[in-house]
Structure formats: structure tokens, C-alpha cells
Design a protein around this ligand. Structure first.
Ligand code: PMP
Length: 359
């Protein structure tokens, strides 16, 4: 299988599987309990908290564990319920939909701008937005789900008040995430009814999941992930982009490849007169796994809101495919894609021409 859907989710790293399966046996106790097995489990949770804090230049007590990025995003938006919420049109649905439901007119406002988008990889001027927010007396959040491990993150340098993370985009388990909450900023728990996380997030600790998140963070450090993405992954991504443009008529890129414009691991391309979902299914039949726009919106017949916001063109949005890489990908994966993709696109374009002619 040629897996090019790492931005949707990534397989558990071998060391994560090892850490989690050992933890299932060793750290089963309730981490909030006052007995020794509880303390030992809590020590492991604090280890992961320390690792994440160090990696993003935060204090450990500024990290709250959650069930994932969607919960982290919802928590920040709910904190500002009734307040003005200003977001970019490229945000994940867990920001956009929550902002529509909970946003109001009260001040101070919340600005929520992701540093990099999950569908096209676009890097946004978050620092400018943060400056603007603070000048207005507002607060600033950034969804950094796609950024962790790909670009270095310094929440102090970005001057963020809140930031969102998820374990499963870096080889950790699905269902574990984190929220950075700067000391002293407003906060309202989303899940109440427990003293966990200093009363900021109720619910029995997902010790094994958090240990898995920690093992994935250790891996990022060990392999110097940022540099791998900047070199090996970027080269592969750019090579595929170049080959698509030169070998497939009617193709265009929705990702700007320049270093500061996009994440190094995401390539979004459109194929004139060929439907994205059909391309995805034919590629799947050939063992090549990609996605159309955002997997979270899969099955949604509406074109991707991100591509609509960027291009305003429903046809471009409907004919788009996202290829997303990780350091395990090789030249052979590019070869495999280019062995099958031109034929698939060509076939679909032929059908589309026939359909158009017969109308
Ligand atoms: N934000 C972004 C930018 C994402 O890419 C995703 C995952 N598609 C999420 C939030 C949701 O993450 P989770 O699955 O951890 O809830």
C-alpha cells in the first residue's frame, strides 16, 4: 500500500505501540487515586506534560490533556461563549461550527487562526493576527494540530494565549490531545464534574493514551522530525508536484510550494474535469491512499470550505486531491502514484468530455 494520507491520521509508531502495550499492564490504576499505582500512573502523565511543554516552550501547568484537537478547539470557543469570535475561513470545522453556535457580540473577542491548514497546508500570518488581537484587548488561539513535528513551535514567541494539539497526527493514538492555556487567561472547562487537570477538564485520565502521546513526542525529538520534514519530506512532496504538473494535462496545484507558504508534507492538486472522489476511489483500487479535501468532511457532498474560500471555484474544489506525506514515504511511493494517476485522470476526463458532448 502507498499511504499518502498522513495528515488525516498516522499509524502508531512502533515505540508508541510498545509504550502503550507495556502501559496497559503497568499503569492501569486511576491516575487520580492516592495509592502507589495511582501515583505511578500520574508520574507518567506528568512526564508527557513536561515533554510537550518543553517542545512548545510552555510551562507544564499550562498544558491540559483532552480527547483530541476537536475538544481542545471546542473548549477555547466555549470559553468565549457570547463573545465576538474572529476566525479565518480556513479553520477546521471544530472551530468554524463552534464559533457559529457560540459566538456573540461581547468583548473581549477571541481570534482563532490556525498556523497551517490541514487541507492545502497553507501557512498563515498568525503572529500578525495575535498582535492585532492583543492590541484590541482580545485573546488569541491557534490550532497547531498540523504543525506539531513539522515546524518548530514556540507559543511564547508567537505570543499565543491558547493552542491546540492532537496526538494522532504524529504517530500517537487517536483520542488524545492537548490544549495550551497561558497562565492567567480566561478559561471555562468544557467537561465538568471532576477535579482532574486542576478542575479544568473532568474525566478519568486516559493514562495509556497520554503515555502513547509522550512516546510519539520522544520520537519527534529523537529523529529531529523538523529537519526530516524540511528536507526529505519536502523533496518528495515537491517532486510529486512537479511530475503531476508536467505529466497530467489539466492539473493545477492548490498548495503554494515556497518554504514559508506551506507545510512541507501537504500537496493539494486539482484535475480539470475529473472528480476528486472518483480519483480517490480509483487510486484506492490501485493501493494508493489519499484524501479529497478534509477526511472529517468525507461523505459530505459539499465542496471543501477551504478550497471554496481559496479559489471560489466549486469545480476546482470538487476535483481536488490531498496527498500528505511522512518521513516513511520514499521515491517508490511517488513512482507508484505516477504509474497510475495519469491514466485514472485521463479516463475520468474522457468520460466527462463524452458526457458534456452528449448533453
Ligand atoms: N484541527 C485540525 C487542523 C485538524 O487537521 C484536525 C484533524 N483532521 C482536527 C483539528 C481534529 O483533530 P482530532 O481528530 O484530534 O479531534
Amino acid at each position: 500500500m502507498t499511504y499518502l494520507d498522513y495528515a488525516a491520521t498516522s499509524p502508531l509508531l512502533p515505540e508508541v505501540i510498545d509504550a502503550m502495550s507495556a502501559a496497559e499492564r503497568r499503569y492501569f490504576a486511576n491516575a487520580s487515586a492516592l495509592h502507589t499505582p495511582g501515583h505511578l500512573a500520574m508520574n507518567e502523565i506528568e512526564h508527557t506534560r513536561g515533554l510537550l511543554a518543553e517542545m512548545i516552550n510552555a510551562e507544564p501547568e499550562e498544558i491540559i490533556f483532552t480527547s483530541g484537537a476537536s475538544e481542545s478547539n471546542n473548549t477555547v470557543i466555549r470559553t468565549f461563549e457570547g463573545h465576538k469570535i474572529i476566525t479565518s475561513p480556513l479553520e477546521h470545522h471544530s472551530i468554524i461550527e463552534a464559533a457559529v453556535i457560540y459566538g456573540g457580540e461581547e468583548e473581549p473577542a477571541l481570534y482563532s487562526y490556525m498556523l497551517a491548514n490541514n487541507e492545502i497546508g497553507e501557512i498563515m500570518p498568525v503572529k500578525e493576527q495575535v498582535k492585532k488581537a492583543h492590541k484590541e484587548g482580545a485573546f488569541a488561539h491557534s490550532d497547531l494540530t498540523q504543525v506539531l513535528g513539522k515546524l518548530p513551535i514556540d507559543v511564547k514567541e508567537l505570543d499565543l494565549d491558547y493552542a491546540t494539539f492532537s496526538a494522532h497526527k504524529i504517530g500517537g493514538p487517536i483520542g488524545v490531545g492537548a490544549l495550551y492555556v497561558r497562565k492567567g487567561v480566561p478559561f471555562k472547562p468544557l467537561i465538568i464534574g471532576g477535579n482532574q487537570e486542576k478542575k479544568r477538564r473532568g474525566g478519568t485520565y486516559n493514562t495509556v493514551g497520554i503515555i502513547g502521546f509522550g512516546a510519539a513526542l520522544e520520537h519527534l525529538k529523537k529523529v529531529n522530525s523538523w529537519s526530516l520534514y524540511d528536507t526529505k519530506v519536502r523533496e518528495l512532496r515537491d517532486k510529486l508536484a512537479e511530475r503531476i504538473l508536467t505529466e497530467i494535462p489539466g492539473s493545477s496545484l492548490n498548495t503554494e510550494l515556497e518554504r514559508d507558504k506551506s507545510l512541507p508534507n501537504i500537496l493539494n492538486a486539482s484535475f480539470e474535469a475529473a472528480e476528486g472522489e472518483s480519483i480517490q476511489l480509483y487510486l484506492d483500487a490501485e493501493g494508493v491512499i489519499v484524501s479529497t479535501g478534509s477526511a472529517c468532511a468525507a461523505g459530505d457532498a459539499k465542496p471543501s470550505h477551504v478550497l471554496m474560500a481559496k479559489t471560489g471555484d466549486a469545480e476546482v474544489a470538487h476535483s481536488s486531491i490531498r496527498f500528505s506525506f511522512n518521513p516513511d514515504n520514499t521515491e517508490a511511493d511517488i513512482e507508484k502514484v505516477m504509474e497510475v494517476l495519469p491514466g485514472i485522470v485521463n479516463r475520468l476526463q474522457q468520460i466527462s468530455t463524452v458526457t458534456m458532448r452528449s448533453k
